[in-house]
Write a new protein. Structure first.
Length: 259
């Protein structure tokens, strides 16, 4: 979920395309690159945050599909497809996995229908045009593809700082989504953290609301945190093949299970 406008424009920067640029994607234009470069000049860590968020997605989905037995994923605010998307990772481990992507952005919709396709014939990958601020609608639409009487993993990665700047709204969205899902479902959350002056300055430039660590913890009330709990994004179950020690960054993440 990015800009609220439904008009496709390429002469003004767009947050989904800026993020795509930071990830090394090709679906961006000069205005997007200009903003991306300006934010990165203010806070070079943003490039690390973008790439570490994608790596966290891979590790979290791998854990859920390969270890936790989850075969249904609701990826909200997916943004522009790049590489190692949720369905690609999940269906690598569970070919019959069902993935519903959710966004309200026409730019994302145009790309998603072309690029977000099954990687396994027995799986299902689809897209729902809906707004994260309407969780009841998301659940109703997702029910057409997912069996909401069985566990589902809800993915909210780097989206609520844009879509729900008010923390009360963020809590309400998460609470409503998880209340509509059965025991054994999971919440996967990653967002920018209010943990340094540099990231605060760049967040203002990028119109992004950071979260305190206490606010992160409140989002998981009533859920069972998966080890290692709430940690900087690179420190959530880093792959054994990672070279060196992952450095903490101003982005936190966690995975929680509904008991």
């Amino acid at each position: 979920m990015t800009d609220r406008s439904t008009e496709l424009r390429f002469d003004v920067p767009h947050s989904a395309r800026v993020w795509n640029y930071w990830l090394g994607g090709k679906d961006n234009y000069p205005p997007d690159r200009a903003v991306g470069d300006a934010v990165a000049a203010q806070n070079p860590e943003i490039l690390v945050i973008a790439r570490q968020a994608r790596q966290f997605l891979v590790r979290a989905v791998t854990f859920l599909a390969a270890e936790a037995g989850i075969d249904q994923f609701l990826d909200i605010g997916t943004g522009l497809p790049t590489m190692q998307n949720t369905h690609e990772v999940a269906q690598q481990h569970v070919p019959a996995a069902r993935i519903v992507y959710v966004d309200n952005d026409p730019l994302v919709l145009a790309h998603a229908r072309t690029l977000l396709v099954n990687t396994a014939p027995e799986g299902v990958t689809t897209y729902v045009h809906a707004d994260v601020r309407e969780p009841e609608t998301i659940l109703a639409d997702a029910r057409n593809v997912l069996n909401l009487d069985r566990p589902v993993a809800v993915m909210l990665l780097g989206i609520l700082g844009h879509a729900a700047p008010d923390f009360a709204d963020m809590r309400s969205i998460i609470t409503t989504l998880m209340a509509g899902l059965p025991s054994g479902s999971y919440l996967v959350l990653q967002d920018g953290s209010d943990t340094s002056d540099t990231v605060r300055e760049s967040a203002v430039m990028n119109n992004y609301q950071l979260r305190t660590l206490d606010q992160f913890r409140q989002c998981f009330e009533g859920l069972e945190m998966v080890e290692p709990g709430l940690v900087p994004t690179p420190l959530w179950r880093p792959a054994p093949t990672d070279i060196g020690t992952p450095e903490p960054i101003d982005s936190y993440c966690a995975v929680g299970r509904k008991p």
